[in-house]
Design a protein around this ligand. Sequence first.
Ligand code: G3I
Length: 300
Amino acid sequence: ASTLGAAAAQSGRYFGTAIAASRLNDSTYSTIAAREFNMITAENEMKPDATQPNQGQFNFSAGDQIYNWATQRGLKVRGHTLAWHAQQPGWMQNMQGSTLRNAMINHINGVMAHYKGKLAAWDVVNEAFNEDGSRRNSNLQGTGNDWIEVAFRTARAADPSAKLCYNDYNIENWSYGKTQGVYRMVQDFKSRGVPIDCVGLQTHFTGGSSLPGNFQTTLSSFAALGVDVALTEVDVTNASTSQYAGLTQACLNVPRCIGITVWGVRDSDSWRSNENPLLFDGGGNKKAAYTSVLNALNAA
Ligand code: G3I
C-alpha cells in the first residue's frame, strides 16, 4: 500500500495523526492528513479547557470542527482527553474535594454525551503517574485515590460504545518504575472489574537509535492483562529511522497493538518542532522516517 493508513489496515490496524483545528484551512496540511491517516486525535480541542471553558457551559465548536472534518473523509476519531491535571479550565484548577470530584464526573458525562456513539476510543485519564510509579500529586489525586476508577466507571456508563483508555508517557520501558505503576493499576482494575479497554503509550522518544528497553515486552505484557494497546502520540528526536521502524515493528509484533498515532503532520506542526520529530518536513515532503514506517507496515 502507498499510504500509512492503507498499509496499517493490511494488518487490521490504523495509522493516525493529531490534528489542530487552526491548521485545517492550510491545504498542504489537510491534504497530507486526509491522504495518509485513517485515525484522528484532536491535539487540544477535546481537552477540558476547550470543552467546558465555563462551568456548566460546554463548547464543542473546535472539537466538532475536527470531528466533522475527519468523518466527512471517512477517518475515525479518538477522544483526548477527559480527566487530566493539565489543561483544566480556570474554574476547575482551584477546586478540591467532593466539589472537584463532582465536577470531574459532570465533565465526563457532558463531553461523552455529546460524542456518544461517535468515537473509537477515549483517553479517559491522562498522565496520572509519577516517574517512580506512584500517583502524581494533583487536585484530582487529592479527591481520593479512587478518582481514576470513578472516571472509568462514569465513562463506561456515559458511552458504552467507546473504548476506554488510560494514556501516559514514559511507560514504554518495561523496567521503568512508571511503567510498572501503570501496569499494576491496570492489573488491579482487571481483577476487580473496573472497566478499562486499552492503554495508550504516548511514545515521545528522545535521542539515540534504539528503543527504550524491552518496548515490545511492555506492549505484550499490557496486552496479556486483557487490554488493547496503542501508540498514541508518537514523535522521535530527529525522526530516527531506526526508532521509527522499531516502534512500528514492535506494534506489528503484538496482536493487541491496534494502531499508531503520530503527534502531528509536519515537523513545523509539532510541539517539538525544533527537534524535527515527525514523518513530513516543514514543506510537506516525506522524510526517510516515513519510508521506514511504510516499509515496515507493508512487510507485515
Ligand atoms: O491557542 C492558544 C492561543 O490562543 C494563544 O495565543 C497561545 C499563547 O500561549 O496559546 C495557544 O494555546 C496553546 C495550545 O497548545 C495551542 O497551540 C497553549 O499555550 C499550549 O500550552 C498548548 O500546548 C499543547 C500541550 O499539549 C499543552 O499541554 C500542545 O499543543 C499539545 O501538543 C500538547 O499535547 C500533549 C498531549 O495532550 C498529552 N501528552 C503530551 C503532549 C505534548 O505535551
